[in-house]
Design a protein around this ligand. Structure first.
Ligand code: BTN
Length: 270
């Protein structure tokens, strides 16, 4: 495991909770246990991981932070990242085949797997990969692709809310936390290690055959399927019934005129 790199934000020594859990899960982490970088505070671990990937960081590099000052969510939204109140982590992947939409599906499954393993909590995935407990969002994933002459990469960043009462009021009304759901604290290091182990497994599955990741996604998302949705795709608004995802990870929405294949967009469940 290495902690040294050059760049704007100086990484610090890996915190004890992370170190202990990574040692415990060592045989399940694959490349995700080899290069872990940790920050007391980062602007965004995705920004840091993108910068490192641009400079050639290897597949499996993990960047975590105790707090983010400019945590980012999908569609340009902010991701509230108070110190010690959540898990904020980004991972660099260099997939041999172009699988970005399915990677976002696989990442959602992995985070739901990791949460279930450590806490026993059964979460629900909303397309493509928002992790919900009941009607409130518990975790989110931001996948961003890039490339240099050395090759292309995808940074998968995930944030899991851990502590109740740590979030600004506008976030608190629609979000929940693992601690809030369980009524007891959850070990951040163990959650990280379980999520990384699940990511190692789901990524490997995805590279070999896509069907098991897609069927795992379907079982986490079952309660969100066959429900009415409105999807906004640029200037286009599609209203219908969310039936399934296809083998590329696109959401299939049945409308009055047929089935619309949503590759990216904002989906609202009625
Ligand atoms: C979303 O649901 O909108 C995605 C949220 C992703 C948040 C994580 S926290 C770690 C990583 N760094 C970021 O700036 N964003 C992701």
């Amino acid at each position: 495991m290495t902690t040294a790199h050059r760049g704007p934000a100086a990484p610090r020594i890996i915190p004890g909770d992370v170190l202990e859990a990574v040692a415990l899960y060592a045989d399940r982490l694959g490349v995700f246990g080899d290069h872990i970088h940790w920050h007391a505070e980062a602007r965004s671990t995705n920004d840091e991981a993108l910068r490192m990937a641009d400079h050639g960081a290897v597949e499996g590099t993990v960047v975590g932070a105790d707090a983010q000052t400019a945590g980012r969510g999908r569609r340009g939204r902010a991701w509230a990242s108070p110190a010690g109140a959540g898990l904020y982590v980004s991972v660099i992947l260099r997939p041999a085949t172009p699988v970005v939409p399915l990677l976002t599906i696989a990442a959602g499954v992995a985070i739901a797997d990791g949460i279930r393993e450590v806490s026993g909590l059964a979460t629900v995935l909303k397309w493509p990969n928002d992790v919900y407990a009941g009607s409130r969002k518990l975790a989110g994933i931001l996948a961003e692709a890039g490339g240099t002459r050395q090759g292309s990469y995808v940074v998968v960043g995930f944030g899991v809310n851990l502590l109740p009462g740590a979030y600004p009021p506008d976030v608190a009304v629609r979000a929940t936390s693992l601690g809030g759901e369980l009524g007891r604290p959850v070990d951040r290091g163990l959650l990280l290690a379980a999520c990384l182990a699940a990511l190692a497994r789901r990524y490997d599955e995805l590279m070999r055959h896509t069907s098991s990741v897609v069927s795992a996604w379907r079982s986490y998302a079952a309660s969100t399927l066959n429900r009415r949705v409105t999807a906004t795709v640029g200037a286009r608004v599609v209203t219908g019934v969310a039936e399934d995802i296809d083998d590329q990870g696109a959401l299939l929405v049945r409308t009055s005129v047929g089935v619309d294949r949503i590759v990216s967009g904002e989906v609202l469940w009625h």
